[in-house]
Design a protein around this ligand. Structure first.
Ligand code: OOG
Ligand code: NI
Length: 456
């Protein structure tokens, strides 16, 4: 018999990502198709590009890489999620306010749980985009609806005491022994399965009239994984192959356009939410079978992380593309997505340099520096973007909603910011820019030490 082993946080994280992927593949078979196509795309890309293909992560990392998306309703639930992911070495990074990131109804604020250290990211970069309903936002919820939502959310238990106790034990002890780890992973996976409990029909529909996302979060007594996203090395190729297989994709790839220069940040797309069977309980107590379109299949390509300056340039470019596209659409109602992409490429050419060297020289992108083999000069490596984009996130939410919902623009929104989120989580909220800067600083200090020079 082999001695009992102990699973460290990164091993729990990797095992959880696998277990969630297995579960989600059973629940949503189209996800398995997406994985197959992603593997084909990546294999072909590596065959064509050789070592260059691994510039933003080893093929082993990219193949295993996933991000999940989950949605919860209250600060208490948010803090419980933080404990579960804390056990896996995943910490909250960044604050996203999706209430204003799009024209319609996404009444949530979000953060992403992910590993923060370079070595941990290399071991397994699993990340989970986690959104929380803002029930106090009067643009979406009246005082009466807020009160009823709070009552409903307050009465449910998403994560049981046993799961939370194991999470706390893992975080305090730096991992779990094999048996406890297996139980922790089982309970954690189960917490994100789609429940077949009948949904209160009138409650769900009432929330749906405000926002489909609100209904998905606050209309049911459990939570579920919304999507699990693999990473591909060529997202345009993937998009074309999925359509060729007859799977309807959303209209666009969100984020930067495809262009000749270095890929930055994040490009994402998805297949449309599928109708999944659900049971409802009607007002007179009958159970009826119906379906909901909530969960979808997303895929992404990751590029180089941008500095604050680079990100500011990105944000300006995005607005400029919007303005130009709106003007073009006003002139020609037949304006297409392909034409919008063309406009985006033009703006990109004016905003970003076409080489990594220039991106580094202009301090728009993050790069690490390492001493080459045998002390032969310093090698520059791009830092991969590990986070999300509020605009794309809102776009992904939005493009998959079946109804627009209703937002009362005459009302004031409720202030929510990174400090508020940190308070809800009961933990420090990491700033993504600080984490990238830290990675770069450490690489410089390491290189200086190897060379025996002063890092300053
Ligand atoms: C989250 C949508 C955002 C992403 O990749 O930007 C997201 C959700 O649908 O819950 O996952
Ligand atoms: Ni996503």
């Amino acid at each position: 018999m082999s001695a009992p082993t102990f699973l460290e946080p990164w091993q729990l994280r990797a095992a959880f990502a696998r277990s969630l992927s297995d579960m989600y593949g059973k629940e949503v078979p189209a996800y398995t198709t997406l994985l197959d196509v992603a593997h084909e795309v990546n294999a072909d890309f590596v065959a064509q590009h050789g070592a260059d293909a691994e510039r933003l992560g080893s093929i082993a990392r990219v193949t295993a890489e996933r991000h999940g998306a989950i949605r919860v309703g209250t600060p208490t639930e948010m803090s419980q999620v933080a404990r579960i992911f804390g056990a896996m070495g995943m910490y909250p990074v960044g604050f996203y306010d999706l209430r204003d990131a799009s024209s319609s109804s996404v009444p949530v604020i979000s953060t992403a749980f992910r590993p923060v250290e370079r070595a941990e990211l290399a071991r397994n970069p699993f990340r989970v985009f986690t959104s929380m309903l803002v029930t106090a936002d009067r643009r979406f919820f009246t005082a009466d609806l807020e009160r009823r939502l709070e009552t409903f959310l307050g009465a449910r238990t998403l994560f049981g005491p046993e799961l939370l106790a194991l999470a706390d034990r893992a975080e305090a002890g730096g991992g779990l022994p094999e048996d406890a780890a297996a139980e922790f992973l089982r309970l954690a996976t189960e917490a994100f399965e789609l429940s077949d409990e009948p949904v209160d029909q009138s409650w769900y529909r009432e929330l749906e009239a405000v926002s489909a996302v609100a209904a998905d979060i606050g209309g049911i007594a459990s939570t579920h994984i919304n999507h699990l996203t693999p990473r591909v090395l060529d997202i345009d190729d993937l998009y074309a192959r999925m359509e060729a297989r007859g799977i309807t994709m959303i209209d666009a790839v969100q984020g930067p356009p495809r262009w000749a220069g270095p890929d930055v940040l994040l490009r994402q797309t998805s297949f449309r939410a599928l109708a999944e069977p659900r049971t409802f309980r009607t007002a007179d107590g009958a159970v009826v079978h119906d379906s909901l379109r909530v969960r979808f299949g997303e895929v992404e390509a990751r590029g180089i992380a941008l500095t604050r300056e680079g990100r500011a340039a990105y944000d300006v470019a995005v607005l400029e593309i919007d303005e130009k596209a709106a003007a073009a659409r006003a002139e020609d109602p037949g304006f297409t997505e392909a034409e919008r992409q063309e406009i985006a490429r033009g703006v990109w050419q004016q905003t970003f340099p076409t080489t990594e060297a220039e991106l580094a020289a202009q301090e728009l992108g993050w790069f690490t520096y390492e001493v080459g083999p045998g002390g032969s000069g310093v090698v520059r490596e791009p830092v991969v973007y590990e986070d999300f984009l509020p605009r794309s996130a809102a776009g992904i939410f939005q493009s998959n909603l079946t109804s627009d919902g209703a937002k009362d623009a005459s009302q004031e929104g409720t202030d929510r910011d990174a400090d508020w989120m940190a308070g809800a989580l009961g933990r420090e909220l990491n700033d993504p820019f600080d984490l990238y800067a830290d990675q770069v600083d450490r690489s410089l200090a390491g290189a200086a030490e190897t060379l025996g020079v002063d890092p300053a």
